[in-house]
Design a protein around this ligand. Structure first.
Ligand code: ADP
Length: 515
C-alpha cells in the first residue's frame, strides 16, 4: 500500500503568513499562522520587515509539520501564494535597502495621478495593472524621482515573494502572476513591457527571471529545510498571487463563474482564457497561467466598514456581546434583520477608506442618504450592510460587461458568517450564491496549483472540482423586487457625490493646515 500524500499551501499575506497542510483530496490536516505588523512610520507609509516575513514563513511551515505526525517524505510539495504589489530594493549583496513597501503604501499618490493624466491609460491597457499608488511601477517612478540616491544604489527590485524564495532556494525568479501585478509586465508578450520599464527607469537585468506559476524552484537550502521540518528534496512550486489563487481555491476558474471575496476589503474576479482590459479602467487583469487570466476589481470598503460600525457606533452592542459572550457582529446583524430590505429608504455609500474599483478615487468618502426622524440604529446598520453590496454590484456589472454574465457566484470571506449578509448579496446581485468550505482559499489554491505543477492533477479545471461547497443562498423574489428600484438611485447619487469628493478633500486639508 502506498502512503498517503499531503500538500502544503503557504500564503504570504499582509497581516500574517498562513501555512495549511492538505490531503491531496483537499481536507485540512493542520494549519498555522504567524502574524507581523504593517508599519506606518508616517500616515502614508505602509511597510513590513522582509526578515520578519521570512521568519514567519519558516515558522508557520515548521509549526504545521511539528503539529502533524506525517513524515517529510509524505509532503508532495510546498506551493506559494503571496500578496500582490510589494516592492523591496536590494543592494549588490542582495541585502534590503528598503522595507517591503506594500500595496497599502500611499506615498506615490502624486505620481499615480501624474501618470494617470499622461500616458497612464496606454500603460494600463498593456499591463492590466491600474495606475494607482499600490502599483510597483508607480512606486518605482516615485522612488526614482523623489529618492534618487536610494534608487541609484539599488541593484535589484523584488517583491516579498521573490525575497522569501531567494532565502529558501537561492534563486531570483518571479512568477507571471506576481509579475503581472507590477505594472511592468506586458499581458500579450508575457515579458517585461519596454515602455513601462523605461518610465520606471529600470532595466530587465535588475528584475527577477520570469517563470510560469507552475515552475519548480531549485532544492531548498539545507538549513531552511531543517527549520521547516521538510526534506531538501521536497519540491517547491513558485505558485501565484493571492487574488488569482483565491479564484482557484473557491473553484471559480471556468468562464461564467465569478468569485466574490468579502473580508476586510473585497474583490470580484473571474477567469478568462485570454488577457482583457476595460476601456473605463475599472478592472485589473492578472495572469494565473498563460491560459487563465484573472480579471476583476478590488474594493477597499468591505467588512472594514462593518468593523467601523462595531468599533465606533455600537458601544452598547459591544458591551452586551461581552456580557452574553456573543460576537458583537451577530448582535448587530440580528438588529439589522429586524428592518426590511432597502433600510426604509436609507442608502449608504460605503467609501470610508477612499475607493479602488469602481471609483479609483482616494478622496471618496462615506455617506448616509435619505435619513428621517423615525430611523433607528438598526436601520443604519442594515443600510451599511446593503451599501457595501450595492458597491460590489457596480464592480460586478463592470466585470459582466467585460467578461459576460456571471452564471455562478462563489463567495468567501468573513461576511459569510452572517446568513443575513449572504442573503443581501444574493438579493442585490439577484443571483444564487455558493459559499465554499471556509478554509483559506489562497492556500488551497496554491496547494492545488502545486499538484497541477507536478502533474498529479491534469488541469486547473480538474483541480477546481476538488472544492466543496457549504452554503447555498438563493435570492428571495420579494427582496429582489425591493432592491431593484434602489440600484439606479444608488448610482445616480454616486454620480453627484463623485463631483464633490475632491473639493471636500482639498477643503479638509486646507482646514487642517490652518488649525
Ligand atoms: P481578512 O480579509 O482580513 O482575512 P475576514 O475574511 O476574516 O478578514 O473578514 C473580516 C470581516 O468579516 C470583518 O471586518 C467583518 O466585517 C466581517 N465579519 C466577521 N464576522 C462576522 C459576523 N459574525 N457577521 C457578519 N460579518 C462578520
Amino acid at each position: 500500500m502506498t502512503s498517503p500524500t499531503y500538500v502544503l499551501g503557504v500564503d504570504i499575506g499582509t497581516t500574517s503568513t498562513k501555512a495549511v497542510l492538505f490531503t491531496d483530496t483537499g481536507d485540512i490536516v493542520e494549519k498555522a499562522a504567524v502574524g507581523y505588523p504593517l508599519n506606518r512610520p508616517t500616515p502614508e507609509a505602509a511597510e513590513q520587515d522582509p526578515e520578519e516575513i521570512c521568519d514567519a514563513v519558516k515558522t508557520s511551515v515548521g509549526n504545521v509539520m511539528a503539529q502533524s505526525d506525517i513524515a517529510p517524505s509524505q509532503v508532495r510539495c510546498l506551493s506559494f501564494s503571496a500578496a500582490m504589489h510589494s516592492l523591496i530594493l536590494l543592494d549588490a549583496a542582495n541585502e534590503p535597502l528598503t522595507a517591503s513597501i506594500t500595496w497599502a503604501d500611499n506615498r506615490s499618490a502624486d505620481w499615480a495621478s501624474k501618470i494617470r493624466h499622461s500616458h497612464g491609460h496606454d500603460i494600463y491597457q498593456r499591463t492590466g495593472t491600474p495606475i494607482h499608488p499600490m502599483s510597483p511601477l508607480v512606486k518605482l517612478v516615485w522612488l526614482r524621482h523623489d529618492h534618487p540616491d536610494l534608487f541609484k544604489r539599488a541593484s535589484r527590485f523584488v517583491s516579498i515573494k521573490e525575497y522569501v524564495l531567494f532565502q529558501l532556494c537561492r534563486d531570483f525568479v518571479v512568477d507571471y502572476s506576481i509579475a503581472g501585478a507590477t505594472g511592468l509586465f506586458n499581458l500579450n508578450t508575457l515579458n517585461w513591457d519596454a515602455a513601462a520599464l523605461d518610465l520606471a527607469g529600470v532595466s530587465a537585468q535588475k528584475l527577477s527571471c520570469l517563470v510560469p506559476t507552475t515552475h519548480v524552484m531549485p532544492p531548498l537550502q539545507a538549513a531552511c529545510a531543517a527549520e521547516m521540518g521538510l526534506a531538501r528534496e521536497t519540491p517547491v512550486v513558485v505558485g501565484a498571487s493571492d487574488g488569482c489563487l483565491a479564484n482557484l481555491g473557491v473553484g471559480a476558474i471556468a468562464p461564467g463563474t465569478v468569485a466574490i471575496t468579502l473580508g476586510t476589503s473585497g474583490a470580484i474576479r473571474t477567469v478568462a482564457p485570454q488577457p482583457q482590459t476595460d476601456p473605463n479602467e475599472i478592472l485589473f487583469c492578472y495572469p494565473l497561467t498563460a491560459q487563465h487570466w484573472v480579471i476583476g476589481g478590488a474594493v477597499n470598503n468591505g467588512g472594514i466598514v462593518f468593523q467601523w460600525v462595531r468599533d465606533r457606533l455600537a458601544a452598547t452592542e459591544v458591551a452586551t456581546a461581552e456580557l452574553l459572550q456573543q460576537d458583537a457582529y451577530d448582535i448587530l446583524t440580528d438588529m439589522a434583520a429586524t428592518i426590511p430590505p432597502g433600510a426604509d429608504g436609507i442608502l449608504f455609500h460605503p467609501y470610508l477608506a477612499g475607493e479602488r474599483s469602481p471609483l479609483w478615487n482616494a478622496d471618496a468618502r462615506g455617506s448616509f442618504f435619505g435619513l428621517a426622524l423615525h430611523h433607528t440604529k438598526a436601520h443604519l446598520v442594515r443600510a451599511v450592510l446593503e451599501g457595501v453590496v450595492f458597491n460590489l454590484r457596480l464592480v460586478l456589472e463592470a466585470l459582466e460587461e467585460a467578461a459576460g454574465k456571471a452564471e455562478t457566484i462563489r463567495a468567501s470571506g468573513g461576511f459569510a458568517q452572517s446568513a443575513l449578509w449572504r442573503q443581501i448579496l444574493a438579493d442585490i446581485c439577484d443571483r444564487p450564491i455558493t459559499v465554499p468550505e471556509s478554509y483559506e482559499a489562497s492556500c488551497f489554491g496554491a496547494a492545488l496549483l502545486g499538484l497541477c505543477a507536478l502533474g498529479d492533477i491534469p488541469s486547473l479545471e480538474e483541480a477546481a472540482k476538488r472544492v466543496q461547497a457549504s452554503h447555498d443562498q438563493t435570492p428571495i423574489a420579494e427582496n429582489v423586487a425591493r432592491y431593484q428600484p434602489l440600484i439606479p438611485i444608488y448610482g445616480r447619487l454616486l454620480d453627484c457625490f463623485k463631483r464633490e469628493y475632491g473639493p471636500l478633500a482639498r477643503l479638509s486639508t486646507h482646514l487642517k493646515d490652518n488649525l
